[in-house]
Design a protein around this ligand. Sequence first.
Ligand code: FES
Length: 106
Amino acid sequence: MPTITFLEPDGKAHVVEAQLGLSVMEVATRNDVPGIIGECGGCCTCATCHVYVDADWYGRLESADEMEQGMLEGAVEPGPLSRLSCQIKVTDAIEGLVVSIPAGQL
Ligand code: FES
């Protein structure tokens, strides 16, 4: 199983094993990672799963589609590395992924 690191704004790290086939949001909520709510269950309609992807990782992920880009505009403190974690699928290719939780989302 790939490992994902979730970083809180103060640097506290949550390193979790991610089950293949889940979304990064589902991995976070199942592991009680704070600040990632996933209110809509992954339907891309709430933006409560917003994260900043580590700069080294951002370009290695599939790009956000139009719907995700639209929802990100309404996310808390969006930035150039923003993604909705419900739209990132767990595959072996994301082993070592690092994402940060926006301070305003905690
Ligand atoms: S869980 Fe609602 S947009 Fe991601």
